[in-house]
Design a protein around this ligand. Structure first.
Ligand code: NAD
Length: 263
């Protein structure tokens, strides 16, 4: 299916690795111009080179800590300038640390709120004038299956991502008259560095080998295997396209059937 992304311009957060990088690669393959960002210039250069060698197309990049308001302002402006326009905004950053309520003090909460909630508010605010000019602006927030079923030991993620879902729902209704859609994509069991690190932590706590912990995790997925970042990227590319022009305010999981919640 030609998604018609040729000529569109996208800014993708947290994209030197994992799901963000797969989304950037998918956009580039579909003919969009893309700027990726993360906190490390070295990792960004490597990701841009990897995408270039796979697709034959250039990717712009900018160092941006999604927890920093100043970085976001600078990065959105740079994306609009280098790409010449901005049609698609993918809000993505690393997940907050694991831990219980007892473990995590005020500093952790503030950082998670900055990185995983206010980053969305700030990028949208900066990008909105450009998305309005686009005529078919797209805002896609990468959250987590935790918004449908909170995950024990991930209290910061459970709290901040649900706030993103509430924000996105209201924003989708406010921006719908301008043809801008706002949707949330919820990965679960996607075999990226983040997930493997979480499984490793759990394995160490429970005295298991990593291989045993991975098979245990796979056994919990109705499809019987962990997903790839490309599984998430396919949905994001569709939501970014004109084919999805009437889809807004939704929260869709990509999790091999793990979530038992109905909505
Ligand atoms: P990952 O750790 O593999 O990649 C995260 C990317 O974001 C990296 O490029 C990293 O450098 C970048 N990053 C981290 N913090 C940043 C910051 N403050 N500013 C800018 N860039 C930053 O993670 P992933 O598995 O690709 O996950 C992407 C998002 O999806 C995360 O928020 C994660 O918590 C969430 N998620 C993933 C899964 C999964 O199964 N993999 C499940 C639920 C939720």
């Amino acid at each position: 299916m030609d998604l018609g992304l040729e000529g569109r311009a996208a800014l993708v957060g947290g994209a030197s690795k994992g799901i963000g990088k797969a989304i950037a690669r998918e956009f580039v393959s579909e003919g969009a111009r893309v700027m990726i960002c993360s906190r490390s210039a070295e990792n960004l250069a490597a990701a841009a080179e990897e995408i270039r060698s796979e697709t034959g197309k250039e990717v712009e990049y900018a160092v941006c800590d999604m927890a920093s308001h100043d970085d976001i302002k600078r990065t959105v402006a740079a994306a609009a300038e280098k790409l010449g326009r901005l049609d698609i905004l993918v809000n993505n950053a690393g997940g907050p640390p694991t831990g219980t309520f007892q473990d995590l003090d005020e500093r952790y909460w503030q950082h998670a709120i900055d990185q995983n909630l206010l980053s969305v508010v700030r990028t949208v605010r900066e990008a909105l004038p450009h998305l309005r000019r686009s005529g078919s602006g797209r805002i896609i927030n990468i959250t987590s299956v935790a918004v449908k079923q909170p995950i024990d030991g991930l209290i910061l993620s459970n709290a901040t991502r649900l706030a993103v879902v509430g924000l996105a729902k209201t924003l989708s209704r406010e921006l719908a008259p301008e043809g801008i859609t706002v949707n949330n994509v919820c990965p679960g069991n996607i075999a990226t560095e983040r997930l493997i690190a979480l499984i490793e932590e759990r394995a160490a706590r429970q005295g298991q080998t990593l291989a045993d912990a991975v098979s245990l995790e796979e056994g919990r997925v109705p499809m019987g295997f962990l997903g790839e970042a490309t599984d998430v990227a396919g949905l994001v590319a569709f939501l970014a396209s004109d084919r999805a022009r009437y889809i807004t305010g939704t929260t869709i999981q990509v999790d091999g059937g793990s979530t038992t919640a109905v909505f």
